[in-house]
Write a protein that binds this ligand. Structure first.
Ligand code: SAM
Length: 215
């Protein structure tokens, strides 16, 4: 591990108060090699474990599922999925530095550097499931990105993601989730509050949806 460039508090401020995409990516560039130890040892991050469990339940334990870990970061969710027996996991993130950390773990198949605010470089119906933890939050990706997740998951497949407490209403996620449900684009499987970082005492919404079969 290289020498620390910035404190945990400073990096969190930069990540959650980034005013534009470049500022956010610059923050992740400076954080990438310390991200896992900060999250796990300092902040008591548990959302990656909870998301893997929620996905496992939504998939009914089908460990041959083809999964995309969107906003994969350093691969903490992927590692949990591997522990549960999943073997076909691709990774997508906009930060080359976070993707490089994920690559070192040797758990992902394809690794894509892509922006979730735009059309993804993925075919329609390509995945049985998409998982996305910690990326629907302050200063990151808005609910407009849900449409692309629906497009790339096959009918009958599932989408499981977290939304940080507070951001859920404030950033319009709730409205977009309900609109997609009303439009029949996805069906709610489960929705509950769960701890995000134990040491920080914060929570997230754990959201699971199924893409319906077409008539
Ligand atoms: C808080 S980290 C979560 C990483 C991982 N899922 C986890 O649970 O540890 C958020 C990730 O979202 C990525 N991200 C932020 N904005 C993005 C965007 N527009 N497109 C793709 N990835 C993005 C960041 O690079 C970062 O790796």
């Amino acid at each position: 591990m290289s020498e620390r460039k910035i404190t945990e508090t400073e990096i969190l401020n930069r990540v959650y108060n980034a005013t534009d995409h470049e500022a956010l990516m610059s923050a992740y560039r400076d954080w990438a090699d310390q991200y896992d130890s900060d999250l796990l040892d300092r902040f008591g991050y548990v959302a990656h474990v909870a998301t893997a469990k929620a996905l496992h339940e939504a998939l009914g334990g089908s460990t041959d599922a083809r999964i995309l870990d969107a906003g994969c970061g350093t691969g903490l969710v992927g590692e949990e999925l591997v522990k549960l027996g999943y073997r076909h996991i691709d990774a997508l993130d906009y930060s080359a530095d976070m993707l490089a950390q994920a690559a070192r773990k040797g758990i992902y198949g394809e690794r894509m550097q892509a922006d979730m605010k735009h059309r993804l470089p993925v075919d329609d119906d390509a995945y049985d499931a998409v998982v996305c933890t910690g990326t629907f939050t302050y200063g990151h990706v808005t609910g407009d990105a849900f449409d692309e997740l629906v497009r790339i998951v096959r009918p009958g497949g599932v989408i499981v993601f977290t939304i940080r407490e507070g951001a859920y209403e404030e950033y319009g996620y709730r409205r977009r989730m309900l609109d997609l449900e009303t439009a029949g684009a996805w069906e709610l499987v489960s929705f509950y509050d769960t701890p995000y970082q134990l040491e920080e005492g914060n929570t997230c919404k754990m959201c699971s949806y199924r893409v319906p079969y077409r008539a």
